[in-house]
Design a protein around this ligand. Structure first.
Ligand code: COS
Length: 379
């Protein structure tokens, strides 16, 4: 649902200009420095990008899902690391509080998250627990008016800069019902961070372990104030997150198309631009068609989300299709660029590595397939 076409169009144009004029020129700097320049983070704050999906009553832009994916499509056009800076505050780092938090938790955290003064992060994955999210081992033990949490969380996006974690820990027995979602401030006693991970791509995005040793948090830090609801909170957060990631994938595929067309029009082989060779045209056509298909699946799924429909299958389908699709687009883009595409100064080289993660995080392609099939069979 788009509430006001003109307002959204203005926001979209502003973000598009920001991406093309400010972020694109900084891509190689981010690759080399493995960090996002502070002045660009500040500009993102000023544009309100940290609070896109946070309700207006808490100082955010309160975008609907269709509006949010429209902006995510724009942000996806550049290095994914830029989107990651604001990604957790809009998605997995804030949505748990928005969908299941108490009024006090919302009032305490959301306004500062919306302004980008506080960074939220999401801690579900563990050294031995990835896809099988219901089997997490981190334990939270209640003692008087507080909990003591012990365990390790792994590959946690934005953990090095996070102020608060939406963190899943076991308060009950085995399985999904024994899991509780906590809001754990990063300065809680007993919480430390591991060294920053060295990754294949997405340079500029920081991930690391979050280590909890009898980490003490108040009893009021249970999201929604009720134990045993953490798994469902996590799943609801991921449904929305998967749609957002799908939009980012389509944005990246769009960029790969544009780079490939521009290169193919200029690169001359056998006496004419390679864009005039039919085998190159076939690759361009496949990229263009699949990008368009991804765009359609994202917009339609977002509309269904805004209409209040159950979109578990749609979100998984969008994530599956778009993350696999952008992988194929990146592969073709490198192929069209030939040797130049294999060089680090080519824009498509880092995308080739960056987009690989989309098929893994927020649920692997295989997990999305399981979710889709289960929904189809249950229907
Ligand atoms: N949305 C809303 N509710 C959901 C849900 C979803 N996407 N998926 C599961 N649930 C609910 C179920 O309806 C069930 O509720 P009831 O007990 O009321 O019936 C409950 O949660 C338990 O679900 P289920 O029995 O399906 O749990 P499983 O252990 O079989 O696991 C999968 C389900 C595989 C779908 C889940 O573990 C998953 O998504 N794994 C991937 C995790 C992931 O994305 N990790 C990436 C790291 S986070 S960046």
């Amino acid at each position: 649902m788009i509430r006001d076409q003109d307002v959204l169009k203005r926001l979209q144009e502003t973000v598009r200009r920001f991406v093309r004029e400010r972020l694109l020129p900084a891509e190689s700097r981010v690759e080399n420095d493995d960090s996002i320049p502070a002045e660009l983070v500040q500009e993102m704050r000023e544009l309100g990008l940290f609070g896109m999906s946070i309700p207006e009553e808490y100082g955010g832009l309160g975008l609907t899902m269709e509006e949010e994916v429209t902006i995510a499509l724009e942000l996806g056009y550049t290095s994914p690391a830029f989107r990651s800076v604001i990604g957790t505050n809009n998605g997995i780092g804030s949505q748990g509080i928005i969908v299941d938090g108490t009024p006090e938790q919302r009032a305490h955290w959301l306004p500062r998250m919306a302004r980008g003064e506080v960074i939220g992060s999401f801690a579900l994955t563990e050294p031995d627990v990835g896809s099988d999210a219901a089997s997490i081992k981190t334990r939270a033990k209640r003692e008087d008016d507080h909990y003591l949490i012990t365990g390790t969380k792994r590959y946690i996006t934005n953990a090095p800069s996070a102020d608060v974690f939406t963190l899943m820990a076991r308060t009950g027995g085995a399985g999904a019902d024994g899991i509780t979602a906590f809001l754990v401030p990063s300065d809680s006693p007993g919480l430390t961070l591991g060294p920053i991970d060295k990754k294949m791509g997405q340079r500029g995005t920081r991930t690391c372990d979050v280590i909890l040793e009898n980490c003490r948090v108040s009893k009021d830090s249970v999201i929604g104030g009720v134990e045993g609801r953490g798994f469902k909170t996590a799943m609801k957060v991921l449904n929305r997150g998967r749609l957002h990631i799908a939009a980012v994938c389509v944005g990246a595929a769009h960029r790969l198309c544009d780079e490939s067309v521009a290169f193919a029009r200029n690169r001359v082989q056998f006496g004419k631009p390679i864009a005039e060779h039919q085998l190159v045209q076939a690759m361009l056509a496949d990229m263009g068609t699949e990008t368009f298909a991804g765009h359609c699946i994202v917009i339609e799924s977002a509309r269904r989300f805004d209409a209040g429909q159950r979109i578990i299958q749609e979100a998984a389908s969008a994530k599956l299709f778009c993350s696999e699709m952008v992988g194929r687009a990146a592969d073709r883009a490198v192929q069209i660029h030939g040797g130049a595409g294999y060089m680090q100064d080519s824009p498509v080289e880092h995308f080739y590595r960056d987009v690989r993660l989309f098929r893994i995080y927020e649920g692997t392609s295989q997990i999305q397939q399981i979710i889709i099939a289960r929904e189809m069979i249950a229907d």
